[in-house]
Design a binder for this molecule. Structure first.
Ligand code: GRF
Length: 220
């Protein structure tokens, strides 16, 4: 049976768009059961609607507190019974109970070379630190913010004249839009699991993230 995928977004949805494209052309063997946003005006919802995917909006501001929001989100996800929950620019920190329930099924894409720069403003921080490289990482979601087992990571050189926006755009286009569909494809095929807090790829425990050289031809 095809894997069921739920995608959670908050904004623009470029990663969602890449996931939809990879499902549509068969690179990801899954069906997108739902796209859920915590923001009514998330632009990315249009990508889902255009693809005929059911969307749901759970505006976090309308919930009394974090826990009530998490409970409502978990309820909606339970209803869709996803095998994979992909956080794609989802800008809410999820509580421990939520994460425990979906642990092992939930992936995130983070725009930094984790463990460097967990949290926000990663591009700005890499520039301020005069780093010579930057990148993005797909990882399993655990209750530690951006701290779950890494799966695949891509890196690129920072250019002398890079500004935050330019760097973010390059990381997105050259790395994120490739590694996220690839990781979800592996998971949909059952080639990627989380066991005892470690990522297992094709039966091998990953001590560190795979690199872009591991991308299959179709995802390059
Ligand atoms: C991406 O850079 C993603 O890594 C980060 O937020 C951004 C979301 O972009 N978590 P989009 O909504 O996928 O366009």
């Amino acid at each position: 049976m095809r894997a069921r995928l739920a995608v959670l977004i908050s904004g623009r949805g470029r990663n969602l768009h890449a996931l939809i494209a990879a499902v549509q052309d068969g690179r990801i063997d899954a069906e997108i059961a739902t796209v859920i946003s915590n923001c009514r005006d998330a632009e990315g919802l249009a990508f889902a609607r255009d693809a005929g995917i059911a969307t749901e909006i759970l505006p976090h501001a309308e919930f009394a507190d974090r826990r009530t929001f998490d409970t409502a989100l978990a309820e909606r996800l339970r209803w869709h019974a996803p095998d994979i929950v992909a956080l794609a620019g989802f800008m809410r920190v999820l509580g421990e109970d939520f994460v425990t329930e979906f642990c092992g099924r939930m992936l995130n894409i983070h725009p930094s070379l984790l463990p460097k720069y967990a949290g926000l403003h990663t591009h700005r921080r890499a520039l301020a630190a005069h780093d010579d490289e930057h990148g993005a990482t797909v990882h399993f979601v655990t209750s530690e913010l951006d701290g779950g087992a890494p799966v695949i990571q891509g890196r690129l050189p920072i250019k002398a004249d890079d500004c935050e926006a330019q760097l973010a755009e390059r990381v997105l286009n050259e790395i994120e839009l490739k590694i996220y569909p690839q990781a979800v494809a592996w998971m949909a095929r059952g080639e990627l699991q989380l066991v005892d807090n470690a990522a297992i790829y094709k039966g091998q425990r990953l001590d560190r993230a795979l690199g872009m050289d591991q991308l299959e031809e179709a995802f390059r």
